[in-house]
Design a protein around this ligand. Structure first.
Ligand code: MCN
Ligand code: SMO
Length: 776
């Protein structure tokens, strides 16, 4: 049976993951290893007067003064108005959020390290906390980084001629939308274990990351080490979701302390640290005006987007990635000509913003999809009809949209039509009417988006990030036993690349994936890759493996031709063997000849090594666009505000599907997270910047009981610009649920005249909206 591209191959990694044999940072135990605990700021904003080490334990506690030779984390951007922040791995003069690291303590066990941390005395003069991004934009706000003279990391804009529309457009919709601050909660938190390897002359850092090669660059730059003196190893990683694609200050402190202490040091993030100090994302606010004609055809959009990005700019993606993407992505899959948008990336006394699955698009998709439904209500038409008419039609492909995004292929309106059919829109309207007569409130909602994936170097450069390249490399070789080994500097942390990269190699070499070893996540033994984020892995690393495997397949044919005494063109690879007619040699025969009996080979075969490294970038630098439509049916209980999802359908098109089984998992897992965004998850702060959601009892994640039985449909429009026509899709399903579900909630509650415009749609918010509408 083939295990190449398109097959539902079971994941290679699942045996060890399900049997408890995976090895995460927390499982590693090195000789003489100690554990670390951090002393963290108890206030959101303050000036540090003193950090006092406990008497007698001075040698086991380290502060900013000890790490004086460590450079602060400074994420650079080439955008002109950008303000960079300096984040010291241990806060130096000021603290800027609750949970910011102030000191690191080491001891034989975590419990002892925590006891030590409790004895460290902090003297901090509290300053006014900046917690509301809209207020933080005002001139009278307290400042986080005084030297900037404002709290703005960056503003960006698109300047379309919207004023002409203000006078002429028959339909004008004005709205404010907001999405909550969130925390991504991978099953495995962050963890880092570092030690100095005297023999190699290297700092070896085991860390739970999506981007080992980038972390190596970050650690060497900020610790002032040569890149050759740092080796980063990402062992099994239990989910990343974007949280693990930036350099964490803890990674620097642990690395520094390990060298100073002369022993391996490990820090394991606990859930409270994660919720309070580690990962914050998603908090957007929109002021949006849409202009349309009397049929609901969009004419233009005017928007102001404020993103609450927290205290510091993360390395390497900066605090501006979210807002820069939001401005460019708001028009999404829609066909209209006039767009004005201004974005603000605002510093507040909260943890730094990190990318989270979907980056910016869950926010813009929510704002845009609610706007489409609002327009439909204003013109009295079925929202999905208005949606279909506004989406870029297939006949206009390829299409360059109002923010210059180049959509290479696909049929966006058809994805809505498929969703209407699968969810039975017509039948639903009848059911809805009957239910209302019985006092039950059902609603239906749709949400369509494009997912830019596999962005090229130029896209990152346009966002001010020249250091994030849009290419990848891979090595593929035949081992002396005739099995195959793939090496990629990317990493597999749940999304299944370990299996799908093997499938790509299998496609060319016809070797079963069970005989293809995949080595990833270790800078010491893999070619350079910036890692997995921005749904780039399958296109970029897959493309690199494909190219290397193709070249290798050519070499295998040449070797086989020598052994079979025929022409290389006449050799066919199948079932892991090389055939000439009915005669064949195995890969092992070929490998043994090259590795063990090179004396018998002619020169041209001898030098055609069975090990190939190739680099790859797609034929387009602007990224490839996946698209999808989600449709949800909900029932809202108007007495309690509870929203129950009755049905959920996803129609998506990510070009050639490498592994349909894995893609189902990607869709369901992403949509589950999107439902968290839609209905449950919200990081809350009080007026002093104190976090109120520091446990999983307060920060609510959806579990199986809250999730519907997802249904899924697919189109497979090949990208003309990538190997095999693959498009990225890893973030996609997390983008749309907010729009689909809240559109459904608003549809359900239309008899009450309720329109909810903020996330998540918790019972409290839904009930609040009903009561407000009734009072009006
Ligand atoms: N795939 C496929 N065929 C395609 C495209 C993708 O079979 N045409 C499969 C591949 O196995 C690929 C996966 O789907 O690895 C996701 O594809 P891709 O869009 O290339 O994304 P990456 O491999 O770069 O993975 C990162 C992406 C991102 S950015 C986030 S965030 C995210 C996501 O993937 N984090 C995840 N999915 C996740 N899934 C899990 N379980 N855990 C995470 O942390
Ligand atoms: S948030 Mo994904 O790592 O781009």
């Amino acid at each position: 049976m083939s295990t190449g591209i398109g097959e539902r191959v079971q994941r290679k990694e699942d045996r060890r993951l399900l049997n408890g044999q995976a090895r995460f940072v927390g499982d590693i135990r090195l000789p003489r290893q100690w554990e670390a605990a951090f002393v963290r700021s108890p206030v959101a904003h303050g000036r540090i007067r003193a950090v006092r080490k406990p008497a007698g334990a001075e040698a086991r506690v380290f502060t900013a003064a000890d790490l004086a030779d460590v450079r602060p984390i400074r994420a650079q951007s080439s955008l002109p108005s950008y303000n960079a922040s300096d984040q010291y791995p241990l806060a130096k003069d000021k603290v800027r959020f609750v949970g910011e690291c102030v000191a690191i303590c080491i001891a034989p066990t975590r419990a002892e390290a925590e006891d030590l941390a409790e004895r460290v005395e902090l003297e901090i003069d509290a300053l006014p906390a900046v917690v509301d991004a809209l207020k933080a934009r005002q001139p009278d706000s307290a400042l986080l980084h005084e030297e900037w003279g404002s709290n703005l990391f960056l503003t960006t804009f698109f300047d379309g001629d919207i004023d002409s529309l203000r006078k002429t457009a028959p339909v004008v919709i004005e709205r404010e939308y907001s999405t909550a601050r969130q925390c991504m909660n991978p099953m495995e938190g962050k963890g880092t274990l570092a030690h100095w390897d005297e023999k190699a002359g290297q700092l070896v850092v085991y860390t739970s990351t999506q981007v080992p090669h980038l972390i190596r660059t970050g650690i060497s730059e900020f610790l002032g080490l040569d890149q050759g003196q740092v080796r980063v190893i990402a062992p099994d990683v239990g989910g990343g979701f974007g949280y693990k694609c930036v350099l964490q200050p803890e990674e620097l402190s642990v690395s520094w302390v390990a060298r100073r202490a002369g022993r391996p040091i490990r820090w394991t993030e606990d859930r409270r640290e994660h919720l309070v100090a580690g990962a914050n994302t998603r908090q957007h606010h929109y002021r949006l005006t849409a202009f349309a004609d009397t049929r609901g055809r969009l004419l233009g959009i005017d928007a102001e987007i404020t993103v609450d990005v927290g205290a510091y700019s993360v390395w390497p993606f900066t605090a501006c990635l979210e807002a820069a993407q939001a401005g460019g992505n708001l028009p999404g899959p829609y066909d209209f000509g006039i767009y004005r948008c201004r974005t603000y990336s605002v510093a507040t006394n909260k943890p730094a913003f990190t990318p989270y699955r979907g980056v910016a698009r869950p926010g813009v998709c929510f704002a845009m999809e609610l706007t489409i439904d609002a327009i439909a209500r204003a013109v009295g038409r079925e929202p999905s009809e208005v949606r279909k008419e506004n989406l870029v039609p297939a006949a206009k492909m390829p299409y360059t949209n109002v923010t210059k995004k180049f959509y290479d292929s696909g049929d966006y309106p058809e994805s809505v039509a498929q969703a209407e059919k699968a969810i039975d829109l017509k039948g639903f309207r009848a059911r809805q009417a009957a239910a209302r007569a019985e006092g039950r409130y059902l609603g239906i909602g749709f949400s369509t988006f494009t997912e830019q994936s596999a962005h090229g170097t130029k896209v990152f450069a346009a966002w001010g990030l020249p250091l994030v390249p849009g290419y990848d490399q891979a090595m593929v070789k035949i081992t002396p036993s005739g099995s195959v080994e793939v090496r990629s500097g990317n990493h597999s942390f749940g999304q299944g690349l370990e299996t799908t990269l093997a499938q790509v190699a299998s496609e060319w070499l016809s070797v079963d994936v069970s005989r293809i070893g995949v080595v990833m996540g270790d800078t010491g033994v893999t070619p350079y890759s910036t890692g997995a984020y921005a749904s780039r892995g399958m296109v970029m690393s897959g493309g690199a493996v494909s190219k290397a495997a193709e070249v290798l397949a050519g070499r295998v044919r040449r070797h086989a031709a020598h052994l079979l005494q025929c022409r290389a063109e006449d050799v066919r690879l199948a079932e892991g063997k090389a055939w000439h007619g009915a005669a064949h040699v195995t890969f092992e025969d070929i490998a043994r000849a090259w590795y063990l009996r090179p004396d018998q080979l002619p020169d041209d075969v001898e030098t055609a090594g069975l090990e190939v490294t190739e680099g790859y970038k797609p034929d387009i630098d602007t990224g490839v666009f996946t698209y999808a439509t989600h449709a949800a049916v909900v029932e809202v209980d108007p007495d309690t505000g509870r929203v129950a999802i009755e049905d959920y359908f996803i129609f998506e098109d990510c070009g050639r599907r490498v592994n349909p089984l894995i893609l189902e998992g990607q869709a369901y897992g992403g949509a589950a997270q999107g439902i968290g965004t839609a209905l449950f998850e919200e990081v809350l702060y009080d007026a002093n910047g104190q976090p109120l959601t520091s446990t999983l009892a307060d920060y609510i994640l959806p579990g199986p009981a809250e999730l519907p039985a997802f249904r899924l449909g697919h189109a497979e429009t090949l990208s003309p610009y990538t190997r095999h026509g693959i498009k990225g899709v890893g973030e996609g399903a997390a983008i749309a649920p907010g729009g689909a579900i809240v559109n459904a909630v608003n549809d359900a509650l239309s008899p009450f005249g309720v329109e909810l415009n903020s996330l998540p749609a918790t019972p409290e918010r839904v009930l609040g909206a009903i009561l407000k509408a009734q009072a009006a």
